[in-house]
Design a binder for this molecule. Structure first.
Ligand code: SF4
Ligand code: SF4
Length: 72
């Protein structure tokens, strides 16, 4: 299950989320969105390593990240 959902059209590629992630799961990739900004990425295999702390979502100035809660 995806824990991190990226809204590609809101991301501006600033990298603040990547700096905030304690697990270093996020990085700015080479793919551009429609506005020409490079998008933040997460490897699908790294989705499992996410601890759902939501620090990345909190620091994003463009509210481009959503974190799903772990299933109980
Ligand atoms: S929720 Fe926490 S662990 Fe998961 S990608 Fe964001 S900052 Fe990293
Ligand atoms: S903080 Fe938000 S706008 Fe900046 S790279 Fe991350 S998702 Fe994109």
């Amino acid at each position: 299950m995806k824990k991190i959902i990226i809204d590609e059209e809101f991301c501006k590629g600033c990298g603040l989320c990547a700096e905030a992630c304690p697990k270093q799961l996020l990085k700015i990739g080479s793919k551009l969105n429609k506005q020409g900004y490079p998008l933040v990425e997460i490897e699908s295999s790294d989705q499992e390593k996410c601890v759902s702390c939501a620090l990345c979502a909190r620091v994003c100035p463009d509210v481009a990240l959503k974190i799903t809660k772990p299933e109980k």
